[in-house]
Design a binder for this molecule. Sequence first.
Ligand SMILES: Cc1cc2nc3c(=O)[nH]c(=O)nc-3n(C[C@H](O)[C@H](O)[C@H](O)COP(=O)(O)OP(=O)(O)OC[C@H]3O[C@@H](n4cnc5c(N)ncnc54)[C@H](O)[C@@H]3O)c2cc1C
Length: 641
Amino acid sequence: MTETLFQFFLISQVRQLANDGILGKSIKLTKGQAQWLKENSRFKPTTTNKIITCVNHILKFCKVQKIFNANDCISRLELRNVSGIEMFLKGHIKTFSEDMKRKRTQKELHFIAKKIHEREEKVSENLIIALKELLGNENVITDLNERRYFSQDVFDEGKIVTAIIQPKNLEQLRKAISIITNTGIAIYPRGGGYSYTNSYLSVTDYGISLDLRKLDDIIEINTKDMYVTVEPGCTWEKLDKELKKYSVRCEFWGPLSGYKSTVGGGISQGSASLGSAKDGISAESVLNLDIITSNGEIFSTGSSAQKNKSPFFRNYGPDLTGIFCGDCGALGIKARITLRLQNRATMTQGLSFGFETFDDLLNAMSKISSTNRVTECFGFTNRAMESVMASQGLWNDIKLMFAVGMSSSGIFGGLIQASKMAFYGRRFLKDASYFAHCVVEGYNKYEIKGNIRTIRKSIKGLGIDLPNTMPTVMRSAPFAPYPVVGVNGTRMLPFHGIIPFSKAVEFHNELEKLLTKYKKDMSSVGMIVPAMFNTISTNGFLYEPVLYWPDKPNEFHEIHTNETILSLMRKNSENHAGRKLAKILFKEIVSLMHKKNSVHLQIGKVYPYMTDRSSINIDMIKSIKNKVDPNNLINPGTLGL
Ligand SMILES: Cc1cc2nc3c(=O)[nH]c(=O)nc-3n(C[C@H](O)[C@H](O)[C@H](O)COP(=O)(O)OP(=O)(O)OC[C@H]3O[C@@H](n4cnc5c(N)ncnc54)[C@H](O)[C@@H]3O)c2cc1C
């Protein structure tokens, strides 16, 4: 058996058992594994037995040492290669039965733990020195407050990372990745840090946060072949501003967090918003990727994979680009991203409608999306509308009125809209329970009018017309600094499911029932649950409940929130019960979503991706992971890997 196969098989056994929560018990081969070994003539039964013996010894040892996590097992016992495994077995097999008979005392266990800790500390100290040499002191951060901040996302926190590195070019990035993984320490890639699914949070005792924001160059804007290539740390706002100069735009052109969030983050975890009603999610605009594996090698997908590189086209044979979109960084580090361009429309017009019932809202959004005439189509419950409007501070900002005037269909049309906005204010919130807002684009007023006519016709008899304040303002400042907390000083947990239109009403009704069941618990922690909706191209309905509850801010919130909201938040006491309830509701609601065929973007470490895949699907993902990151050192735990 070759070294890699032996190691792979052994380690995957350990990992599988850890995933199943039974590290510490002995193993039996499954029928499939036995068959696999039998069919492969190179593996004699003695070898198979040897593997089982090895794995069993390792697992028993883990039990004695109270190691219940595969990564800890592999790094603590130094099982990263065959010689490591042999060393371990030499040292332990003979004495093992003795060990089992004589359970170690607490003192002995503490001593062993201390030794392991000291060795790991030494490795990480040496690693920091090497990284400082490579990147310069200023690009390797070890300050505790910073490490704490980088160990938190919008909702949760992970283990505190050992250091944060900020490479400034591709060579530094490649070398840093290879140096870190050689020590057996995990890397957690991070873009703007604006996600809430533990996606870049550490799950290992030692871990390096890879902050990619200094790699933010726009490498090439090609208006002939209609693509743009960027480094991963470029924000969507920066990219869009630059593309505007060339009168072009990306198809999916950013999440609403795009003033901070990055192209690398959006493509890695999957985003929906600007452009999604017409062109789908972030992944659908990607042409080519350059990806760095855990040993620092770089490879390209799509037409860039050829010897004569040009990143202009995605498909040539099986679509490799797609596999790495939505991986949440588990399948390597994206170093360059090429996105498709389209001409920028010269005119936009917002449309707003109000509805009494969710059924009517859904029906209308479904009909609008199937016309494929709108670039964005958002829906809101009444309460969600209030918070979005408040978060933009819309009503006091006279400058915004002028911005609106300039960005919509001509200055005159814009001024009419601006005055309508001023006249209606927020009174229309009383007129309906649900709202839909769309944006229509075109190159002249006839095209815009034609599109609007088609849309109105498609939803005839549904809902009422409202002033188009909301889509107009959203379009005039698409990357407004939306807060990472509720405007009244609450913490928030947004989450979503993309559900087929045909199942969305059933889901909505069951969600209402569930929320009624939890009404008392929610009111005891002060929680409310407004919801937002998005159409994704013609065939997906994104349902996004957002949980808000009063709570204290953490370091992450302190950095990303303005003083007015922070002063409200600081008055709250720690609301552990609120956070606990948020996790319970997340689980229950996601499980309801799954019953209605839901899928998710932004899987991170929280959506149950692996639990409802078929085994062949899981094997395929795992074998790709094994190819690009055999020791699971790039964002371990993500996607359930
Ligand atoms: C106020 C607010 C508004 C939001 N609006 C939207 C919205 O409209 N639509 C939407 O879909 N989401 C939205 N989000 C969620 C989130 O901001 C976006 O999905 C965004 O794309 C995250 O990008 P980021 O750069 O912050 O990524 P991060 O949070 O830093 O990372 C996300 C994931 O990508 C991985 N990653 C990052 N860069 C790389 C890389 N170069 N290589 C490999 N892996 C990498 C990370 O490991 C992590 O798993 C919003 C969040 C907030 C707080």
